[in-house]
Design a protein around this ligand. Structure first.
Ligand code: COS
Length: 384
């Protein structure tokens, strides 16, 4: 749903200009230093990028899902590491509070998330619980007016920078499966919370992940999100439904960038006396990429519109994430191929995207998990 096209156009063109003039020129610097310059982070805050989807009442822009994916298409034309820094405040690092938080939790955290003063991280995955999120082991045992959290969370995006962590832990260890899982908001600096070393990754330099370790970490009972025990797993799944649409939108933006770069190269690079874009085998790669990009974009917009209408979008979010991330991988591969030898060299940048986008088929649910979600929902629908 687009509330006001004119206002949205102003935002989209401001983002496009920021991407072109401020982010793209420092992509190499960020990849080499593994750090986004402070000045760029400050400009992200001024533009409101940390609060795109946080309600206006709490200082965000309150974008609808459709508006947000259109913004993401623009943002994701730059290296995905930039988006990673503020994406968790619009997605998995804040949505548990937006969707299920108490009034007090919303008032305490959402304004600071919206301004970028703090970053939110989502701590679901554990060393032994990845795709099988319902088997997580971290515990949060009630003790008087508090809960005591123990356990380790792994691959947590933005954990080194985060000011708050949404932590899924078992409040009822006797209850196996998802029913015993609750969600907590835990503040950085709480005694008993520590961070592991920043992990070295294949790509997305400038975006950081690490372990988050809880050792007798005591939080007040008011840290329980929604003040309901046992609701954490379903809440995490709802948060991931939105997150998956956003990852799919990111795949569309990055795919567009890679295809633009590949087309430009194919028009400029000459072999056998003419631009390689005039050869049909190159054209086939360009055309397949364009068609897949169009399909992915259409799926993302449709899933976003359905979510805005209040529909249950578990299936559509999984379809969009599955298709867009797999297509993005194929488009990256073709872009490197079109660049030829230059595609393998760091200075042309396309190999960096090739490594960066590999993550999209893995995080916020692997492609295999998306297939499983889609098929399960089909089977359940048939049974009903
Ligand atoms: N919205 C609301 N409720 C949902 C839901 C959703 N999107 N998805 C599942 N649920 C509910 C189910 O309806 C079920 O409730 P009922 O028993 O009342 O019907 C409950 O949650 C458990 O669901 P399910 O039986 O499907 O759970 P499983 O443990 O079998 O599997 C998968 C769930 C595999 C889909 C889930 O663990 C998953 O998404 N794993 C991937 C995790 C992930 O993406 N990790 C990335 C890390 S975060 S960056």
């Amino acid at each position: 749903m687009i509330r006001d096209q004119e206002t949205l156009n102003i935002l989209l063109s401001a983002i496009a200009r920021f991407v072109r003039e401020r982010l793209m020129p420092v992509e190499n610097e960020v990849a080499e230093s593994d750090r986004i310059p402070e000045a760029v982070v400050a400009e992200m805050k001024t533009l409101g990028l940390f609060g795109l989807s946080i309600p206006e009442k709490y200082g965000g822009m309150g974008l609808t899902m459709e508006e947000e994916v259109l913004a993401t298409f623009e943002i994701a034309r730059a290296s995905p590491a930039f988006r990673s820094l503020f994406a968790s405040n619009n997605g998995i690092g804040a949505q548990s509070i937006v969707i299920d938080g108490t009034m007090a939790q919303k008032a305490r955290y959402l304004p600071r998330l919206a301004s970028g003063e703090i970053i939110g991280a989502f701590a679901l995955t554990e060393p032994d619980a990845g795709s099988d999120a319902g088997s997580l082991c971290a515990s949060a045992l009630r003790d008087g007016d508090s809960y005591v959290i123990n356990g380790t969370k792994r691959y947590i995006t933005n954990a080194p920078e985060a000011g708050i962590y949404t932590v899924m832990a078992r409040t009822n260890p006797d209850k196996r499966g998802y029913g015993g899982i609750s969600a907590f908001v835990v503040e950085r600096g709480t005694p008993g919370l520590s961070l592991g070393q920043i992990d070295k990754k294949m790509g997305q330099k400038g975006a950081h992940i690490c372990d988050v370790i809880f050792e007798n970490c005591r939080v007040p009972a008011s840290a329980l999100i929604g003040r309901r025990e046992g609701a954490g797993f379903k809440m995490a799944m709802k948060v991931l439904d939105k997150g998956r649409i956003n990852i799919a939108a990111t795949c569309v933006g990055v795919s567009q960038r890679m295809l633009d770069d590949a087309l430009r190269y194919a028009m400029e690079r000459e072999q056998f006396g003419k631009p390689i874009a005039e050869f049909q085998l190159i054209q086939a790669m360009l055309a397949d990429s364009k068609a897949e990009l169009y399909a992915a974009r259409s799926m993302v917009v449709d899933a976003a519109r359905r979510r805005d209408e209040g529909q249950d979008v578990g299936t559509e979010a999984a379809c969009a994430k599955l298709f867009a991330s797999e297509a993005c991988g194929r488009i990256a591969d073709r872009a490197v191929q079109i660049f030829g030898g230059a595609g393998y060299l760091a200075e042309y940048g396309i190999e960096r995207f090739y490594r960066d986008v590999r993550l999209f088929r893995i995080f916020e649910g692997t492609s295999q998990i998306q297939q499983l979600v889609i098929a399960r929902n089909m089977i359940r629908g048939f049974a009903d």
